[in-house]
Design a protein around this ligand. Structure first.
Ligand SMILES: [Zn+2]
Ligand SMILES: [Zn+2]
Length: 495
């Protein structure tokens, strides 16, 4: 759906879909696997960036932020979120400057006039935002003297800035294919991370994924959806979307929003904060140094969920893989992401510009090796490296998050590119198929590998505790048998 101030603009939703079906991107393959549209992917990323766990915010209670995705030529070139001092739009300006020219910006909240005037000035092409609480509501919550009067004034200024510029400020949400959510749920349940938990804990209630998912749905609906419909309409009117308050536009809008939240929750639950699971080096490889280099688990999970979202743009109808590269600068920056900054992302797909029918799509089951897909598919890691928007600096920590184990083709590429850390699932490690194998990852040295598993130090802690308990038990009996100790105990009892 594409809704602006005019209901007529919503018509362009249909146009947009028709155009993408006819395009070279293989949306025409929708008959096989539902794909997430780029616009929806960017929108989901903007919401997700609002939840980026920054270190400063981890200490305090959850502070509401705004998320922002900067897109150039339909490729992500920046992922940001507001900080305590700066708005997301201001951060984009600091980070990208005049490179914002012709970019599309996806905000998780309608930007305030302070941000909008600078963004418009920088020459951006399009601004899309999530049609719920606008950014200005964050300031009202923070500083009490600001009133709804200021919010109204700001909304007016925003409208004026919008109408006096060439920039398109609009709501870009597209309806999901009707079985998309179901598909995402099924594949999330089968992903490496959930599989690993299920395998490691065989006694576990099989519904734990469904439970994680329900929790996320509840949480994200309260964050991203205005539960009261009348209040939602009121907000839409304030931010210049009064035409979306009428049905069927209003109910369509809410349905689209709900579906996207459901999808986000489903994917987020596939890398859950579950007991002592996380991204760790295998027991013997874990050194103290590595422990200090590794990211906080919340951030590692957050980035992996980005990679999981990207996997739903795959052109390989059997296995979607997503990869995202981040780096950690030497010091904290003004960004709400702290010292972390985005380098690049990708998913597995056929070479750019190819038509769906150009290449074979068969897998190992096909006897004739010539008509298998493996020699044509560009892997998620390869796309993330190719279309990165920043250099990988050797003096900084850089990390790639991949939804599956990197294959033998990608492992030397990742190392050669100077990436220092790999976060991945390891279900495929050591496997060898006819046309794709995962033998090199296990032997790879010089790159820290953090795979999804039960915290090994917790496991060894448990062992230590257990053996300590056993020893204590032994000690206790010997002590009790020790007459000297018994007398001591009696003495103490007398006090
Ligand atoms: Zn702002
Ligand atoms: Zn690969």
């Amino acid at each position: 759906m594409c809704g602006g101030t005019q209901p007529g603009q919503m018509q362009s939703a249909g146009d947009g879909r028709a155009a993408s079906t006819a395009g070279t991107q293989t949306d025409s393959a929708a008959g096989q696997t539902p794909r997430l549209s780029k616009v929806n992917l960017f929108t989901l990323f903007s919401l997700w960036m609002e939840l980026f766990p920054s270190v400063a915010h981890l200490k305090k209670s959850q502070v509401k932020k705004a998320g922002l995705v900067v897109v150039k030529n339909m490729k992500i070139v920046g992922l940001h979120c507001s900080s305590a001092e700066l708005h997301a739009g201001q951060i984009a300006l600091i980070k990208h400057g005049s490179r914002l020219k012709n970019c599309d910006l996806y905000f998780s909240r309608k930007p305030c006039s302070t941000c909008l005037k600078m963004i418009v000035n920088a020459g951006v092409n399009k601004i899309s935002y999530w049609p719920a609480d606008p950014e200005v509501s964050l300031q009202i919550e923070v500083s009490n003297p600001t009133t709804t009067e200021d919010a109204k004034l700001d909304a007016k200024a925003v409208e004026r800035l919008k109408s006096n510029s060439r920039v398109r400020v609009c709501v870009l949400l597209q309806p999901l294919v009707y079985y998309m959510v179901q598909f995402v749920e099924e594949t999330s349940c089968k992903c490496d991370f959930i599989q690993k938990i299920a395998k490691t804990q065989p006694g576990l209630n099989t519904d734990f994924y469904a439970e994680c998912r329900q929790e996320r749905i509840k949480e994200y609906e309260s964050l991203f959806l205005i539960s009261n419909e009348e209040r939602h309409k009121q907000i839409l009117r304030t931010i210049g979307l009064e035409n979306l308050c009428e049905n069927p536009y209003f109910s369509n809008l809410r349905q689209n929003m709900k579906d996207l939240i459901l999808l986000l929750a489903t994917v987020a639950a596939s890398v859950p904060a579950f007991e002592h699971f996380g991204f760790y080096c295998n027991g013997s490889q874990q050194t103290r140094e590595m422990y200090h280099q590794s990211l906080p688990q919340e951030i590692a999970r957050h980035c992996m969920i980005q990679a999981r979202l990207l996997a739903y743009r795959t052109e390989d109808h059997k296995t979607g893989v997503g990869a995202v590269i981040w780096a950690e600068g030497k010091s904290r920056s003004c960004d709400g992401t702290g010292a972390m900054y985005f380098i690049g992302c990708g998913y597995n797909a056929f070479p750019v510009g190819s038509e769906y029918a150009d290449f074979p799509h068969m897998d190992d089951k096909q006897k004739d090796r010539e008509i298998r897909k493996f020699r044509y598919i560009v892997h998620a890691e390869q796309n993330a490296l190719t279309f990165r928007c920043q250099d990988i600096k050797p003096e900084e920590e850089s990390m790639i998050f991949v939804t599956k184990c990197p294959c033998d083709e990608c492992v030397p590429l990742i190392k050669g590119a100077g990436i220092k850390q790999i976060y991945a699932g390891d279900v495929d490690v050591g496997r060898k198929k006819a046309d794709i194998s995962y033998m090199k990852f296990g032997e790879l040295e010089g790159v820290s590998k953090f795979t999804w598993q039960l915290n090994p130090s917790h496991a060894s802690d448990q062992e230590v505790q257990e053996s300590a308990a056993r020893e204590n038990g032994v000690q206790r009996t010997t002590l009790l048998d020790d007459p000297q100790h018994q007398s001591k105990k009696l003495c103490l009892g007398n006090h």
